[in-house]
Design a protein around this ligand. Structure first.
Ligand SMILES: Cc1ncc(COP(=O)(O)O)c(C=O)c1O
Length: 386
């Protein structure tokens, strides 16, 4: 690993830094592998920009740096072969807020939102926050990979104008949907005149070199006109705390509606958020490449260890730094609490509409991951002594 770019083995100590992830277990000794941020420092280009901004010392209202939307458009074409016009970009201070604004935008037009479970919890609440009914279609496990259940979708009752909320790559199962799967989903959506919201916050975290992230809006003009794509550098470059995200909305009428739904409620990202996001996209690529190698190493290590633990069935993520574990065979009624009591704080599957499952955050040093996994192993052995 190039230490000038990144030292993932030695992340900063986060105890006492007002960190959500570490604060939950402060003083308890529990290793926090739950909420989706990473323990690593952000790339040097981001840290450098943060220093410049701090030394400048003025923290007044912000606006996007000149040319930022254009740079996003160039990046999108280069990385995802998706041609977007900079005018399609709508700035947002976060993706949860974007999911909610999307539902607010389509209130009145959509008789329901459709999601695939298990799913990142705000997908379960966003439509309900606005009184919009929610249809849940479970993902299906095929060859040990969670994917879209097209049989279930074909039987689902929908009305024209309904909203399909896709998480791609998928949190928590880590699936990167293929071009073929996306084309089938597009065909199904168009036949039924649906709107598509595609949350692609994890799109730059594809762990397999041979796989490429494909935004559904890049595949078909007709669906692009009915799609709200959500993206952000926040997960990839570990700058979630600086709230800079964006929607890409090609259809001008839909874009106007979206902006109207956000007006007066949703602020713009802060100046520092814009500047850090721009720096990450402009200069963060070498760091991102190193990050992907490290995360892949963590994933492979964790998969090997978890597969050996009685009662656990881990699912290897193709993308994201999140690892989904089926713990339903573990002889305990509350696996989340069980591992917490044994020193490891994971995310509880119940929050994702999947009781008995757990989500493990791989965004930490290998050393810490090793300790957490050995605690999990000892805990499992206590339940089923060899
Ligand atoms: C799929 C997905 N969408 C949205 C978010 C949250 O984004 P934000 O922190 O910008 O609200 C997350 C965070 O884990 C996520 O995994």
């Amino acid at each position: 690993m190039n230490e000038f770019i990144a030292d993932f083995d030695n992340p900063p100590i986060r105890i006492g830094t007002s960190s959500l992830k570490w604060g939950r277990y402060e003083g308890s000794g529990v290793i926090p592998l739950w909420v989706a941020d990473m323990d690593f420092k952000s790339p040097p280009c981001v840290l450098n920009q943060a220093k410049i901004s701090a030394e400048h010392g003025n923290f007044g209202y912000g606006r996007p740096p000149t040319g930022f939307a254009e740079r996003i458009a160039q990046r999108s074409e280069k990385l995802y072969k998706w041609k977007i016009d900079p005018s399609w970009v709508v700035w947002l201070p976060g993706m949860v807020c974007a999911l909610n604004v999307t539902c607010r935008t389509l209130l009145g037009e959509s008789s329901q939102a459709i999601i695939q479970t298990p799913i990142y919890p705000p997908f379960l609440s966003a439509s309900r926050n606005f009184g919009m009914p929610l249809a849940k279609v479970p993902l299906v496990l095929k060859k040990n990979r969670f994917t879209i259940d097209f049989d279930a979708l074909s039987e689902l009752k929908t009305n024209a104008g309904d909203l399909f909320m896709l998480c791609h790559p998928h949190n928590p199962v880590g699936t990167l949907f293929t071009e073929n799967e996306l084309r089938l989903l597009i065909e199904w959506s168009l036949k039924r005149n649906l709107y598509l919201c595609s949350d692609e916050i994890h799109c730059d975290l594809v762990l397999e070199k041979e796989l490429r992230h494909i935004p559904p809006a890049s595949l078909d003009q007709e669906i692009a006109e009915r799609t709200i794509t959500l993206m952000a550098p926040s997960k990839t470059f570990n700058i979630a705390g600086f709230g800079c995200s964006f929607a890409v909305i090609q259809n001008p009428a839909l874009r106007v509606k979206f902006k109207k739904a956000a007006k007066g409620i949703v602020p713009d990202p802060p100046a520092m958020g814009f500047l850090l996001a721009d720096a990450a996209y402009r200069e963060g690529e070498p760091w991102r490449m190193e990050l992907l190698k490290y995360l892949k190493g963590n994933r492979d290590f964790a998969m090997t260890q978890l597969s050996r633990m009685d009662g656990l069935l881990p699912h290897s993520p193709q993308a994201t730094y999140l690892l989904w574990i089926d713990a339903r065979s573990l002889p305990t009624s509350n696996p989340h609490q069980f591992f917490e009591e044994n020193g490891v704080g994971l995310s509880d599957g119940r929050d994702f509409d999947a009781p008995g499952f757990l989500r493990l955050n791989l965004g930490c040093s290998r050393k810490l991951l090793k300790v957490a996994l050995s605690r999990m192993k000892s805990a499992c052995q206590k339940l089923s002594p060899q």
